[in-house]
Write a protein that binds this ligand. Structure first.
Ligand code: NAD
Length: 243
């Protein structure tokens, strides 16, 4: 890949997909700024711990990453939260948290990053949406809505900022074997290992995704191999429809 020496900011860097992504980016010679509530277990070139619901923190992240890394070529807005349930089971706190992390924070980060990237001749941003944002799934109304919002924002930004040499795309996984999915099983009283195995039988490829399956697609979207891909939503689902 053509990525050696580039600089990247990753949110949700301590999570399942985030940690695998940080490892891979660094293996490709990219200097990485990690953002999450707790980044103490990660190896990186810059550490930017904080809460993405804090608007001032989200607004300041791109500048902080650029200053500490000496540039900002790549952003992966990967942090996310999931709320289960129908609208009638959704609290005001659920609403604020889901909108705050899944939509408002990437909006703030992109808004602050685009002028920085444009000034440096361009860059690549990958937002993390979900298959569940492209088509509705049962019992996750708020989650689906936030992922639809970030998918739409990605398509719009991809169009609006292409002229500045900035390619903005989204990756849209279906189920991935990460703490987000596993803790949901545990909360409902299922053994996560057996539940993940069972869920694999519902996927045409025979298993749910591992974080690395998503990371490979993100690597494509940030690399020059995708130089003509812009404002696109890439589904990574093993052939499984939303159901
Ligand atoms: P994860 O829970 O393992 O990681 C998410 C990370 O985001 C965590 O490290 C968490 O601390 C961080 N985060 C959450 N709220 C934050 C806040 N307020 N401030 C700072 N950091 C915060 O989940 P994951 O599965 O690795 O998810 C990564 C992305 O992939 C998310 O956007 C998620 O919605 C999306 N996704 C996941 C799946 C799946 O099945 N796991 C499917 C589709 C899309």
């Amino acid at each position: 890949m053509d990525l050696n020496g580039k600089t990247a900011l990753v949110t949700g860097a301590a999570g399942g997909i985030g940690a695998a992504l940080v490892t891979r980016l660094r293996a490709e010679g990219i200097r990485v700024a990690v953002a999450d509530r707790d980044v103490s277990g990660l190896e990186a070139e810059a550490y930017l711990a904080g809460d993405l619901c804090n608007a001032a923190y989200a607004d300041a992240l791109p500048r902080a990453a650029a200053d500490q890394l000496g540039g900002l070529d790549i952003i992966v807005n990967n942090a996310g939260v999931i709320t289960r349930g129908a609208v009638t089971e959704t609290s005001d706190d659920d609403w604020s948290l889901s909108l705050g992390v899944n939509v408002e924070a990437p909006f703030r980060i992109c808004r602050a990053a685009i002028p920085i990237m444009a000034n440096n001749g361009g860059g690549a941003i990958v937002n993390t949406a979900s298959c569940w944002g492209l088509r509705p799934g049962p019992d996750h109304a708020l989650y689906c809505m936030t992922k639809a919002a970030i998918a739409s924002l990605t398509q719009c930004m991809g169009m609006d900022h292409a002229y500045q040499g900035i390619r903005i795309n989204a990756v849209c996984p279906n189920e991935v074997n990460t703490p987000m999915l596993r803790s949901g099983f545990a909360k409902r009283g299922f053994d996560p290992d057996s539940a993940v195995k069972e869920l694999g039988h519902t996927v045409p490829l025979g298993r749910i995704a591992e974080p690395e399956d998503i990371v490979d697609v993100i690597m494509f979207l940030i690399s020059d191999a995708s130089r003509y891909v812009c404002g696109t939503l890439v589904e990574v689902n093993g052939g499984k429809p939303v159901s």
